[in-house]
Write a protein that binds this ligand. Sequence first.
Ligand code: NAP
Length: 176
Amino acid sequence: MYRDVIRGVYPGRFQPIHWGHIEVIKWALEKVEELIIVIGSAQESHTIINPFTAGERIVMIKAALKDANIDLDRVYIVPVPDILLNAVWVNYVALYVPKFRYGIARNPLVIRLFKEAGYEVLIPPPYDRAMYSSTRIRRYMLEGNDEWKKLVPPSVVMIIDEIKGLERLREVSGRD
Ligand code: NAP
């Protein structure tokens, strides 16, 4: 039962999760029975590129999956801190997650590391990659451009509002 389930691991920083990530998750759930979303760089928070804590990201991802009517019973959300050793990173991730068959990624380094560790890799198509990007979302937030709210599920907007995420991002970036 445990060993027979076909699982995939999808790592990302999710700073924050957006509709592009959600499309990847839906795509992956057509190919695997269970999906393990690994929140990478779990030790990072309160910086311009990693404003949100792992705990905040867990809550945002779960709420975003609910917004998208994704079956939470088929998903695990596991935070994993980075390590200095790329060569053993996949084996290290494997210690934190249920047994899996596939790595799911577009990031070339992550694809390479899964392959070298002996895992098959599923590469999702880009979903309007220029628009749906966490970098763009964080830039809009810093510029005070509300367009970012269209790029993430509604409950993510509510959580970022509740934790005063925009204020945090502006303060850590040194902007007023
Ligand atoms: P990310 O920017 O959150 O993206 C996660 C995945 O979603 C990537 O494959 C990305 O593809 C994809 N994606 C994003 N927007 C998309 C869209 N609109 N359409 C389709 N796909 C989309 O995170 P990441 O930087 O890849 O995260 C990797 C994590 O693993 C990081 O936390 C990193 O630190 C960690 N890691 C750690 C080590 C270590 O500790 N030694 C080694 C390797 C990786 P794109 O590539 O196209 O953005």
